[in-house]
Write a protein that binds this ligand. Structure first.
Ligand code: AMP
Length: 398
């Protein structure tokens, strides 16, 4: 069955057409600069030449129509008729407390996505625009929302509650939600598959380390804690995000620099993390290069990143009273053997031993610990699109 997976940003639209029987991608692509000068569609059909269309896309509807045209194109297309698409799976960032599973989209679901925009102002409105554009283009098939927050809905209250007056939770649903749920779910299931651990008696920590980064503790297949919070700002040091910070810092900087709360949040989301610390780049490769050349700020950024990851892993070992396996995923986790090794250096107390021959694998599923390591350590490429396609397939075939 062919499922179209859509991931909309405010000015972009990523898509993949996936055959869920063979788990293969038929075509994927990206619409960039939607609503801005210089719009471009890059369409990559598997086994055929790439198609690039540079044409104004005034809104997401135009983008979706161009994607459909490319998928159906005689030369660059991969399907002959729109009826070959059975459903659309939409990545939606925030589902608030309402959705712990994928859901077929109707007016009520759209209202929740809209109402959750307060918690995800950059993503949820764009997700909704994408949904409505796809509904117009493909009105006769199911559209399914797969939420980034869903996998984390099993967190117990002691893990998701903020220690601020309880009335804010009651009145406004202010609590920790967590993100990257599709990735954490996919990778933790892969660990179960690869390790042969009993799903009902397993303790797994997934470290999704990319430009956005988060860690999740998964006990018996269910999320029991995760590092991101109400928004994706909490937790680890990221490409441009600060992660955890004492709120007192904000008051101090606000007074000294005359910044308001929106400016402070912009600083924490876009100018902090690896970029803010190093002053060089948000890209881990650039920071590594500068650190290797002796740049002090780049060294501090790299060390602080690793240290925070190791501290979170330690806290999740405590939360689950043990750990059977740790998995690294996303851009850094999948590719950067040195970072994985630096993090694991802090974890000797767990009896972790890395396999020197495997530690530098890139972009492939691999056990990177030795056979006698007490805790198994994996590198696992995440595949959020395949996971969204599979979850969409499962829902519509229930
Ligand atoms: P993601 O957000 O998952 O796409 O991850 C993006 C981050 O992964 C960027 O900061 C890249 O620097 C980092 N990354 C990608 N490939 C590598 C690599 N080979 N070595 C180190 N970091 C990498």
């Amino acid at each position: 069955m062919n499922i179209l997976v859509i991931n909309c940003g405010s000015s972009s639209l990523k898509y993949q057409l996936i055959d869920t029987n063979s788990k293969s991608v038929l075509a994927k692509g990206l619409c960039e600069r939607i609503g801005i000068e210089g719009s471009k569609l890059t369409h990559e059909p598997v086994g055929k030449d790439e198609l690039i269309v540079e044409k104004p896309m005034k809104d997401h509807q135009v983008a979706v129509d161009m994607v459909m045209k490319a998928l159906l194109d005689a030369q660059y297309g991969v399907i002959k008729d729109i009826s070959e698409i059975s459903a659309v799976g939409h990545r939606v960032v925030h589902g608030s407390k309402y959705y712990s599973d994928p859901v077929q989209i109707n007016e009520d679901v759209k209202k929740v996505i809209k109402d959750s925009s307060d918690f995800s102002p950059l993503h949820n409105p764009a997700n909704l625009i994408g949904i409505e554009a796809c509904e117009k283009a493909m009105p006769n098939i199911p559209h399914v929302a797969v939420f980034d927050t869903a996998f984390h809905q099993t967190m117990p209250e002691k893990a998701f509650i903020y220690a601020i007056p309880y009335e804010y939770y009651e009145k406004y649903n202010i609590r920790r939600y967590g993100f990257h749920g599709t990735s954490h779910s996919y990778v933790s299931k892969k660990v179960l598959e690869l390790s042969g651990l009993d799903p009902n008696n397993s303790k797994i920590i997934v470290a999704h380390l990319g430009n956005g980064a988060s860690i999740t503790a998964v006990q018996n297949g269910k999320c029991v804690d995760t590092s991101m919070g109400l928004t994706p700002l909490e937790g680890l040091i990221m490409g441009t995000r600060s992660g955890d910070i004492d709120a007192g810092v904000l008051q101090y900087i606000a007074h000294k620099e005359g910044m308001d709360i929106d400016e402070l949040l912009n600083m924490l989301n876009k100018k902090s993390g690896m970029l803010g610390l190093s002053g060089i780049s948000s890209d881990f490769r650039d920071v590594r290069k500068a650190a290797d050349e002796g740049n002090h700020r780049a060294e501090v950024a790299s060390e602080a990143f690793v240290y925070r990851v190791a501290k979170y892993i330690g806290s999740y070992v405590a939360a689950m009273n043990g750990v059977d396996a740790i998995a690294f995923t996303a851009g850094v986790g999948e590719n950067d053997g040195a970072k994985r090794a630096e993090i694991c250096e802090y974890l000797g107390y767990l009896g972790i031993q890395l396999d020197d021959k495997q530690i530098n694998v890139r972009g492939e599923e691999a056990l990177i610990s030795t056979p006698d390591s007490k805790v198994k350590v994996y590198a696992i490429p995440t595949n959020e699109e395949l996971s969204i396609a599979q979850q969409t397939f499962a829902l519509i075939n229930k």
